[in-house]
Write a protein that binds this ligand. Structure first.
Ligand code: C2E
Ligand code: CA
Ligand code: CA
Ligand code: CA
Length: 278
């Protein structure tokens, strides 16, 4: 997150006068990045709060730019999403993550109850061949589909909700789980959310950030955890940075967390060390 502001400025400095030309220039660079395979996947551990052990990982894309170095996704995901490029990159992310998972399974270091969580852009759901593409990759790589989790945001409901539900059901039938990312920050109502066939709520890090000092944030986190329990959903608290936050989450009965406190996102090799230690 620290590097991305700097890179943002770097893109501006290259002689761009407005947001549109910046967007176009980024798009050209991203097409090149796809061709030249400049994307990398990082992995961030998810941890079981009861026993303090790794329970899975979230896959996070990085752009390894030849001049600018590692660029965080906030710099470019929205550009991919506003063009059709997100489908190409999204498919690459899913396939690459599955090959990595297959390797960890083969090495015997990936346990059957771990989950590998992959961010899916709402726009990917609109691709006619999305489900078929996912199914093909699952078959080809031989990964256990029940170890896969797709992270979607509440914004999925701004597209065709019934269609999204249908696609989610098909993927569910394959064994894939779904989580709602950044829960509590979207514009959708619980009435829509409850129709989605999801298994996990990920509490947005903005609530976790202030929960030890702001009573309201602690109440929101408490409420989300209680609601999830009543609905039979799993919970992951995002962006846990301190021991105090972890202790408070534990006292509220939160089952899982993710954050710099345990480990920042790292390369596949770095995450493998955490798996070996688990
Ligand atoms: P997200 O899905 O909410 O991912 C969590 C973000 O929080 C990641 O930022 C992660 O590095 C960061 N994070 C983790 N722990 C902490 C912490 O303790 N403190 C703080 N301050 N931050 C923490 P990252 O990797 O920069 O990703 C940003 C966003 O880009 C993601 O937010 C997600 O919306 C999107 N994204 C990342 N990878 C992909 C992808 O493969 N496909 C799609 N469609 N979107 C992606
Ligand atoms: Ca996510
Ligand atoms: Ca999130
Ligand atoms: Ca986010």
């Amino acid at each position: 997150a620290k590097a991305q502001g700097r890179n943002g400025i770097a893109f501006y400095k290259q002689g761009m006068s407005d947001a549109v030309s910046r967007q176009l220039k980024l798009e050209v660079a991203l097409r090149k990045a796809i061709e030249e395979r400049q994307f990398r996947l990082y992995y961030q551990a998810q941890v079981n709060i009861d026993n303090g052990r790794v329970s899975g990982a979230e896959v996070l894309i990085r752009w390894n730019h030849p001049e600018l170095g590692i660029i965080a996704p906030d710099e470019f995901i929205s550009v991919l999403e506003s063009s059709a490029l997100i489908s190409i990159v999204g498919q690459w992310v899913f396939e690459t993550a599955c090959y990595q998972l297959a390797q960890w399974v083969a090495e015997g270091i990936w346990k059957d109850d771990y989950h590998l969580c992959i961010n899916i852009s709402p726009r990917q759901f609109r691709d006619a061949d999305f489900t078929a593409g996912i199914e093909r990759v699952v078959k080809k790589t031989g990964v256990p589909a029940h170890c896969l989790e797709m992270e979607i945001t509440e914004n999925i409901v701004i597209y065709d909700l019934d269609k999204a539900i249908e696609i989610m059901r098909d993927l569910h039938d394959l064994g894939i789980r779904f989580s709602i990312d950044d829960f509590g920050t979207g514009y959708s109502s619980l009435r829509y959310i409850k129709r989605l066939p999801v298994n996990v709520l990920k509490i947005d890090r903005t609530f976790i950030q202030d929960m030890c000092t702001e009573k309201d944030d602690a109440s929101i986190v408490d409420t989300i955890i209680a609601m999830a329990r009543h609905m039979g959903l799993d919970v992951v608290a995002e962006g846990v940075e301190t021991k105090d936050q972890l202790e408070l989450l534990k006292s509220l009965g939160c089952p899982n967390y993710q954050g710099y406190y345990f480990s920042p996102p790292g390369t596949a090799d770095e995450f493998k060390q955490l798996l070996l230690a688990a």
